[in-house]
Write a protein that binds this ligand. Structure first.
Ligand SMILES: C[S@@+](CC[C@H](N)C(=O)[O-])C[C@H]1O[C@@H](n2cnc3c(N)ncnc32)[C@H](O)[C@@H]1O
Length: 293
């Protein structure tokens, strides 16, 4: 298994710029990954005394520790899900960043089972110690439950047909690999332009395995609650379902000012250099100072 920090941080300059004008004594990176954003933020904020880096993937923490080895006295690493933010942190913080989804490292390792381009076990867990895998879902969830995932989380137009094809196939033999599943999907979905037929179904499964939308809905109000007055929260999302959750939470939350009326998107240059950044959107908000009159 390659242990290379191949992930390029998305919209790093834009994210850093929102924190640049602030004094950051304490900071939470809820999606530490290979610590690209965190290392830039630590560098720009010598005043910072504590950065709490959370990741549910033990491999990401190993890489982050290596990347941040010169700052270990200022960093606390947490192996866990950011949905438990308030269990890990019991004091106000000056900044929080969430860079959602999977890293390139996770995508590029066959054994993690995230990619329909690579043959691997049907896993898709970001937390390799978690209980539920994509294989469990594909082989044991009812046809209607699979269909709901593909429709609501994958936004796949042929959700019904894919669920049916999977249930037919699994009656003959257990579906255990990414390529086996990709082949079943391709048998009912034609290629739409450049998109691989399995793209949306894999997206839906990944979101279901990791409960990604559910944990995002839970963490946003808790993150805002945790911010000190004047503190800032930034969220980088990678598809419309996530971005909608962030937008709605910011729009209705009474304790914040929205700093990005429209989400920021990566420059053409960044998209060219890092195609994974193409679908990124960043939104920032700031916790209001309480009126003490
Ligand atoms: C896009 S990468 C972050 C990359 C990082 N910002 C960097 O610059 O290197 C997302 C990381 O967040 C982790 N992650 C995603 N959702 C999480 C959650 N709910 N709780 C904890 N970690 C999560 C993933 O395991 C992955 O390592």
């Amino acid at each position: 298994m390659q242990l290379q920090a191949s992930h390029i941080s998305v919209m790093q300059e834009e994210c850093c710029s929102f924190f640049r004008e602030k004094q950051l004594l304490t900071f939470v990176d809820g999606t530490l990954g290979a610590a690209g954003h965190s290392s830039a933020i630590l560098q720009e904020h010598p005043e910072m005394t504590l950065l709490i880096g959370i990741d549910q993937d033990p491999l990401a923490l190993t890489m982050a520790k290596e990347r941040l080895k010169n700052d270990l006295n200022r960093v606390r690493f947490v192996h866990g899900n950011f949905e438990n933010l308030k269990k890990y942190i019991d004091h106000p913080v000056d900044g929080i960043l969430l860079d959602l989804g999977v890293s390139s490292m996770q995508l590029n390792i066959d054994e993690r089972g995230f990619s329909f381009m690579r043959d691997g076990p049907l896993d898709m867990r970001m937390n390799t110690e978690g209980d539920l895998t994509a294989e469990d879902i594909v082989n044991s969830w009812r046809e209607e439950e699979l269909a709901t995932i593909f429709r609501d989380l994958g936004e796949e137009r042929k959700w019904r047909q894919v669920a049916k094809a999977i249930c037919q196939a699994r009656r003959k033999t257990r579906i255990t690999t990414t390529l086996q599943l990709a082949e079943i999907i391709s048998s009912v979905i034609p290629r739409y332009g450049k998109l691989h037929p399995a793209t949306l179904v894999f997206q839906g499964l990944r979101l279901a395995v990791n409960r990604e939308l559910e944990v995002l809905k839970k963490v946003l109000p808790e993150a805002i609650d945790l911010l000190a007055p004047g503190g800032r929260l930034g969220v980088i999302s990678f598809h419309s379902l996530e971005d909608r959750i962030v937008k709605e939470c910011f729009r209705h939350h009474p304790d914040i000012a929205i700093l990005t009326k429209k989400p920021l998107v990566p420059s053409r240059e960044e998209c060219r250099k890092n195609p994974r950044s193409r679908s990124a959107k960043v939104r920032f908000c700031e916790k209001l100072k309480k009126n003490t009159d």
